[in-house]
Design a protein. Structure first.
Lengths: 907, 285
């Protein structure tokens, strides 16, 4: 009882000097606001993790010398099929890249390898296997191209081909040459399929061929992007990787960067309405998320204000009391904000949530004494005495509740993840300040308000609020009618929900928190489906090419690493192996002779040549099949089908077709001649070095300090914890220096999931310690914990039933639910001990009323978040609604009945 | 290695000594290879036949040129050639032997294995879902390289499955791939494939439209026969011993591989033919 007297005495002293008390508090408030204004909001995600983490430091180091580490991915495609053709897409992408390179907030753009550079250097960087194939095409004794190069037209070309098949593709050669014979058969099939396409659309095919140069013109572009562009697999979308200038990853910096890129996009789109541009990558995700959170927060805030206003009308007998509670709460929150400057000097993306958390919890501290004050008649009786009594009854419980909640928050300091650790510190401190405001500011405000009303003669009778009519007058007396039945049902329900909710997990998929309609998310899904690009990769720096080659070689042995993007494909792999091949190619290219003019195509002549060719291919296919040479027979069957289609085409083509075929064959000849000349020329060039690379390539793969960067792409879903752990382990095996989002995210996810459990365990012990210090009896301590423990079990069961899981957003709700649940239990047990009444009616009516007001306010305030489009925020709102709702029922229904049952049992 | 060379050398010496009696003079020996429906013409096969003749001559220890080999791609031409006077050996598929053994007085002395197993299983292929029982083939055409002998097809190859209707036409086909294409396209054509053809079936682009509806019992693949018992028993024994050893040395193996043969094997049981088989069935008895 000493504690109760202490709080009533404190209240009495404050009531005697309310103005002086408020003046001192206002001074403290002013000071807190003035220092609070200096608190910085750090929106960088990097700062959420431990600053001394070596991977974090390496990532910062990479970002400092390589802006492309957090590139924005721009996807350029037609708005609908046919709205823009590929040349238009390419022109748009080129224009956009040029415009972005002149944008100050852009450090660099990579979207294609210069085709001229490729044509010149393609031979040096082509795999030796491709060069060998090219040699077979040009220089081998039975070289297809060499053998056909003298043909003076399409018909003659087909006849020569038929002859070569009859003499060169026999069962004997196929059996002798094995795989290379099959490869030759496949090349033949591809060649004849190309002829079929040519006969269908001669001018278009010839023009497409003419647009290619060097290796690409002869089909030797293996390993290089089509035409040098970074495209989707089917070529229908082009990707640009846009590196931001500077390493600031805060939301305002990212927003400004994205805004600048959008401005260029919109300017170009005005001239090309058929082209759609969407964004992906970390900068887009950050901005997308921040925008959704801002929009949702405002909408939720409006909903919450409307809801709390309605609740105030229904709950408080004197509406002004709600305002006084909020003033006291505001003062406490402002003090807490000022304290942040002293504690940390800044807030991060997660600890910024402490304000709303404090409002949700801190309002409870004011509700309890004010509700008790109203139940005592407030200023309609002796106001000072009513306040003193209210604090006498509720002060200790409010204090113990606040201290346990603060302890729960402080236990978050045990987490290595700074985001939550800092939240624990500022929220724990904030709870103490809210408690102080409730104990000091609120009684002074209540006293002054009461005096003013009495002075104006507006004291009057005690009004009845809706909560009084429904709860105090009716429900309270029925709550404990059948205590044993209620307890039995509660225990059964708890066991059922504990079983149901045993598998609720922490979902670490960040994408599942973003709005389902997020355009960035949609683009990333599309990108994953249509290309080999991944927005989330690990990065590794190599000081030289030898180290980089070693890294790539080791990565190739790891199944969880899909591929490594680096500068290596653009540099000669083995100069000594390539040089003699190039010399051979150059000789072969020089030896080829081409007719100056081709014979015009005659339909009948061509049909006859194709019939001869089909007979030769059919015969070769039959022979291969009968000899059991399946793969060869397969290739020749495909070749036969292509010739048969060509014959049908020649037979049915319109009368203008021969003229087009004649023009097309000349263009084809010219392009092949030019390609061979390209090869001849580039074979004489020296091998390119990293210094010779075009700027976009260097910007993409070389840092500003001249180190080589490698992108290690994952072969699976990074948000699958099992795969992520295996991938990160593989990356670390390849090089311990590798870092990047996957490494940091894996670390943070582990820190959060494991750290949260540790913090919860330690927090629970401390809470039990504080409660035991208060009650000095194990039984009462455990009883005070019943609403929270049972409420959490119920919440988990309902989460499982409704398909909710924990995530990085709704984990923030847990301390809040802990605070509310503990408060409820502590208040009920305190009131129960104070009244010493055998019946629970007074406890339920008085404390239950306050718990109802406090819980419903929290539920309405935070439940409004359930309407958010940001799925993380929405789940936070839902978890709070469910958790606080469950704790409310276990507090005002289960615990009173349990107390009744225990009391009866003791008799 | 040394042991295998000694073995081969010994075998060849033995074969040479044994054959000396029959070919002591200049009497030439012709090896007639007749494989109806197999790829290539007589002319195209000449280099392979020359290699085969050399193989036999080397095995026998005869001077080069004493043995010649000729390929006949059609059954009728093969029959004619084997009916000519003179010393002759025949290398023919079992279908040919089964049909003409009595007429041409062919006496099998060795069998040829084309794969690990010497017995061969033939497969009847039809459009998927069209044929379940022999009766379903009424009015159909069955094409095969063995189709030159409808009795052989109905007998040793298909009789274990059941009785093929008389309205089913058995036809010889050398263009098996074309026949399979017709079957896949839905024509009333079923195709009987030998093991190499069956092996290649899965590679075809239209193989999903086809299915194997029946597999034959194992029958011999190719047989080396002594025509009219031209060679004496001792010579035959020595020749067979030498030929059986050919796949054990590199040069012999290379010749066999170029002919897509794995090895010569001794006969483990008498080989049945049309006159000895009671209604077909087993290949050996």
């Amino acid at each position: 009882m000493q504690a109760h007297t202490l709080f009533s005495t404190l209240a009495a002293r404050i009531i005697r000097h309310p103005v002086a008390t408020l003046a001192v508090c206002a001074l403290a408030l002013g000071g807190a606001v003035s220092v609070g204004l200096r608190v910085e909001l750090h929106t960088s995600r990097d700062e959420l993790g431990p600053a001394d983490d070596p991977d974090q430091q390496r990532l910062a180091e990479i970002r400092a010398e390589y802006p492309g580490a957090a590139s924005l991915i721009v996807r350029v495609a037609a708005t609908s099929p046919g709205a823009a053709d590929r040349p238009a897409l390419r022109a748009f992408a080129d224009d956009l890249a040029a415009a972005l390179r002149n944008t100050p907030s852009v450090a660099g753009v990579f979207h294609r390898v210069d085709p001229g550079w490729l044509a010149e250097n393609g031979l040096w960087i082509a795999p030796t296997g491709v060069l060998d194939e090219l040699s077979a095409l040009l220089a081998a004794p039975d070289a297809l191209l060499a053998g056909l190069s003298g043909a003076d037209g399409l018909a003659e070309w087909n006849r020569r081909l038929a002859g070569r098949i009859t003499t060169g593709m026999t069962v004997e050669t196929a059996a002798r040459d094995g795989a290379s014979a099959v490869e030759q058969g496949r090349r033949l099939a591809a060649l004849l399929a190309a002829q079929r396409d040519f006969l269908d659309r001669p001018l278009a095919v010839a023009a497409r061929r003419a647009a290619r140069r060097g290796l690409a013109a002869l089909g030797g572009e293996a390993g290089l992007p089509a035409d040098g562009y970074l495209t989707s697999r089917d070529g229908s979308a082009i990707y640009l990787l846009v590196a931001p200038a500077g390493s600031d990853d805060s939301v305002p910096a990212r927003r400004a960067f994205l805004k600048a890129v959008r401005a260029q996009v919109e300017r170009l789109q005005a001239a090309e309405p058929g082209i759609a541009v969407t964004f992906a990558g970390q900068p887009a995700l950050t901005v997308d998320e921040a925008t959704a959170i801002t929009r949702d927060t405002w909408r939720a805030a409006l909903l919450a204000m409307a809801g709390v206003a309605l609740l105030t009308l229904a709950m408080f007998r004197w509406k002004m009391h709600a305002v006084l509670i909020l003033i006291a709460l505001g003062t406490g929150v402002a003090w807490a904000y000022g304290a942040v400057w002293l504690e940390l000097g800044h807030l991060n993306l997660i600890s910024a949530a402490f304000l709303s958390t404090l409002v949700g919890i801190g309002v409870d501290y004011g509700v309890h004494p004010v509700s008790e004050y109203e139940m005592e008649g407030a200023h309609t009786v002796d106001g000072s005495e009513a306040i003193r009594r209210a604090y006498h009854r509720t002060g200790p419980a409010v204090t113990v509740g606040a201290l346990t909640t603060a302890v729960a928050f402080f236990s978050l300091r045990l987490m290595r993840f700074d985001g939550f650790a800092e939240l624990g510190l500022v929220a724990g401190g904030g709870v103490i300040f809210c408690l102080l405001a409730t104990l000091i500011v609120l009684p002074a405000l209540l006293s002054l308000h009461g005096r003013r009303r009495r002075a104006r003669g507006t004291g009057g009778g005690v009004p009845r609020a809706l909560i009084d009519r429904l709860w105090v007058d009716r429900a309270a007396i029925h709550i404990c009618r059948v205590p044993r039945a209620v307890i039995a049902a509660s225990v059964a329900l708890t066991m059922l929900l504990a079983w149901v909710g045993r598998d609720v997990t922490i979902n670490t998929d960040l994408r599942a928190m973003l709005p389902a309609s997020s355009p960035t998310l949609a683009t990333e899904r599309l990108m994953a489906a249509e290309s080999d690009l991944s927005p989330l990769v690990c990065l590794a720096l190599s000081p030289d090419l030898a180290t980089l080659r070693d890294l790539v070689r080791r990565a190739a042995a790891e199944p969880t690493i899909a591929r490594v993007d680096s500068i290596l494909p653009f540099l000669p792999d083995d100069i000594d192996a390539t040089r003699p091949r190039l010399a051979r190619l150059a000789r072969a290219a020089a030896a080829l002779t081409w007719p100056r003019h081709l014979t015009p195509v005659d339909r009948d002549d061509l049909a006859g040549a194709l019939a001869t060719l089909e007979a030769a291919v059919t015969r070769a296919g039959e022979a291969a099949f009968s000899a059991g040479l399946g793969p060869m027979a397969q290739a020749l069957e495909a070749a036969r089908a292509a010739v048969a289609a060509s014959r049908r085409r020649v037979a049915t083509a319109p009368s203008t077709a021969p003229a087009d075929w004649t023009a097309g064959q000349q263009q084809l000849l010219d392009s092949i001649r030019s390609a061979v000349a390209d090869i001849d020329r580039s074979a004489r060039l020296p091998p390119p070095t990293s210094a010779d690379l075009p700027d976009p390539l260097r910007d993409r793969f070389v840092t500003t300090r001249g180190r080589f960067i490698a992108f290690l792409h994952p072969a699976g879903d990074l948000f699958d914890p099992g795969f992520r752990a295996a991938y990160v382990a593989a990356v670390k095996r390849v090089t311990p220096q590798a870092t990047g989002f996957p490494v940091m995210f894996d670390k943070i996810a582990t820190q959060i999931t494991a750290g949260f459990g540790r913090a919860a365990g330690v927090g629970a012990l401390l809470v039990v310690g504080v409660l035991f210090a208060d009650f000095r009896r194990v039984g009462l301590t455990l009883l005070a914990l019943v609403p929270l423990a049972m409420g959490l079990v119920w919440m988990q069961g309902i989460m499982q039933i409704t398909g909710l899981s924990y995530n990085f957003a709704n984990l923030v709700a847990i301390p809040l639910i802990l605070g509310v649940g503990i408060d409820n239990g502590v208040h009920l047990i305190h009131c129960y001990r104070l009244t010493r009444s055998p019946r629970m009616t007074r406890v339920i009516a008085h404390t239950g009323r306050a718990i109802l007001i406090a819980s419903l306010t929290t539920m309405v305030g935070f439940g409004s978040l359930a309407t958010a489009s940001h799925r993380g925020l929405a789940s936070l709102g839902l978890v709070l609604l469910i958790g606080v709702g469950c704790c409310l029922i276990t507090s005002i229904v289960v615990l009173p009945n349990l107390l009744v049952v225990l009391r009866r049992a003791r008799r | 290695m040394r042991r295998s060379l000694i073995t081969v050398g010994g075998a060849l010496l033995l074969a040479g000594l044994s054959l000396a009696g029959d070919t002591g003079g200049a009497t030439p020996l012709e090896l007639v290879v007749c494989a109806p429906g197999f790829p290539g013409t007589t002319e195209e096969a000449r280099p392979a036949m020359d290699r085969l003749a050399s193989l036999v001559a080397d095995a026998a220890g005869w001077p080069a040129g004493r043995v010649s080999a000729v390929y006949e791609p059609e059954a009728a031409a093969g029959r004619q050639r084997l009916a000519l006077p003179g010393h002759r050996l025949a290398l023919v598929p079992f279908s040919f032997f089964w049909t003409y053994a009595e007429e041409l007085d062919l006496d099998p002395i060795l069998q040829v294995a084309r794969a690990a197993k010497s017995d061969e299983i033939w497969s009847l292929v039809a459009r998927r879902g069209e044929v379940r029982h022999p009766a379903d083939l009424a009015g159909w055409q069955v094409r095969s390289v063995a189709g030159f002998s409808p009795e052989f097809v109905r007998g040793p190859l298909l009789s274990s499955w059941g009785s093929v209707p008389l309205s089913t036409r058995i036809a010889f086909a050398s263009r098996i791939l074309g026949a399979l294409r017709q079957a896949a396209a839905g024509e009333k054509v079923a195709v009987l494939l030998d093991p190499p053809q069956t092996r290649a079936l899965d590679s075809l682009p239209f193989h999903d439209d086809l299915e194997v509806v029946m597999r034959s019992p194992g029958v011999p693949g190719f047989l080396l026969c002594n025509r009219g018992q031209d060679l004496s028993a001792g010579t035959v024994d020595a020749l067979t011993s030498a030929l059986i050893a050919t796949h054990r040395h590199k040069a012999g193996r290379a010749v066999l591989e170029s002919l897509r043969m794995a090895r010569f094997e001794p006969l483990t049981a008498p080989v049945a033919h049309r006159s000895t088989a009671a209604g077909g069935g087993a290949g050996k008895r």
